[in-house]
Write a protein that binds this ligand. Structure first.
Ligand code: NCC
Length: 277
């Protein structure tokens, strides 16, 4: 009856989704030649020294933020898809530790995933949702976009690279966490955006995550991306991805004040205390 009994931190829900990358030992990949393409390394090196992480959304309202220097002070900086830093350093910084890329970006020729310099010398976590209740075997033949071909080309070309595939089951578990948070309001059964997947992937490694311009700030300008002129508010508020639900949940996790969130555009999310979850 009391509030305390009802309260369950949304950071715990995100952690429990267990968003992760596939490893060689995971069935069925432990029996498939394809699994030997997965890196032996862990997702991040020196995890013990990681304290602060920044996630940089690709939102158009990063324009004029001047947050570049702040972003670069973090131990890990996560970006998405082909979002550039070159030419945008003042607003988005220049450091990139990891890129979360969707399967369209891996697949479509215009992004040239196997060769483009933007995907080199950074950790890559590529994802594709597959079917909601599909097995991993199904996924190999029925991914939304066949990311496997270019992943293989990339891994053969750069055997020392840290390029991983995100476990699609863990993407759907994250969707379930979102639905749990939304309670009796049904959210559409489409996977979360790369931004929310990235947050869930990173949170276990960071005591604190600063998520930049995910919650739209007062700089809101209608542009889809900081790196293009396209005007499209759906990029910010959602149409296909359950973006609004994601952002409400992220705001629920936030510990920063309104000034930080809505003026500076920085959500601060702390790793939950395990005793709370
Ligand atoms: O646009 P996209 O996302 O690459 O953006 C990365 C993440 O930043 C957050 N974002 C972006 C724009 C904005 N105005 N507000 C935001 O909060 C979101 O969290 C978003 O996930 C994706 O999630 O992978 C997505 O990718 C694009 C597109 O495939 C790639 O950019 C390559 O061109 C999708 N757009 C289309 O398919 C047309 C987008 O829906 C989701």
């Amino acid at each position: 009856d009391s509030f305390e009994e009802q309260y369950y931190p949304s950071t715990c829900l995100v952690m429990e989704a267990g968003v992760r990358v596939l490893r060689r030992r995971d069935a069925p990949f432990n029996k498939l030649p394809f699994g030997r393409l997965f890196p032996r390394q862990k997702l991040f090196r020196n995890v013990k020294s990681v304290k602060t992480c920044a996630i940089v959304s690709s939102a158009g309202s990063l324009v004029g933020s001047k947050l570049g220097r702040f972003i670069d002070t973090h131990d890990i900086v996560m970006r998405f898809n082909h979002a550039p830093t070159q030419g945008y350093e003042v607003d988005v910084g220049s450091k990139t530790t990891i890129r979360v890329v969707n399967s369209q970006v891996v697949t479509k020729p215009e992004f040239d995933f196997p060769h483009a310099p933007i995907f080199r010398n950074v950790t890559i976590a590529a994802w594709d949702p597959g079917k909601y209740n599909g097995t991993l075997e199904d996924w190999l033949t029925s991914a939304d976009y066949d990311l496997f071909t270019n992943y293989e080309i990339y891994r053969r070309r750069y055997p020392k690279s840290r390029a991983f595939l995100i476990d699609p089951h863990s993407v759907w578990r994250l969707w379930q966490s979102l639905q749990m948070f939304a309670g009796n309001r049904p959210i559409r059964r489409n996977p979360p955006s790369s931004g929310f997947i990235g947050l869930a992937l990173l949170l276990p490694y960071c005591s604190q995550v600063d998520f930049v311009e995910y919650m739209p700030s007062t700089r809101l300008n209608g542009r889809c991306h900081y790196y293009s002129k396209e005007m499209n508010s759906a990029c910010t508020f959602g149409s296909w991805h359950p973006l609004a639900a994601e952002k409400l949940m992220a705001l629920d996790m936030n510990v920063a004040d309104d000034m930080s969130v809505f003026q500076f555009g920085i959500l601060r999310i702390r790793q939950p205390d395990k005793l709370l979850c």
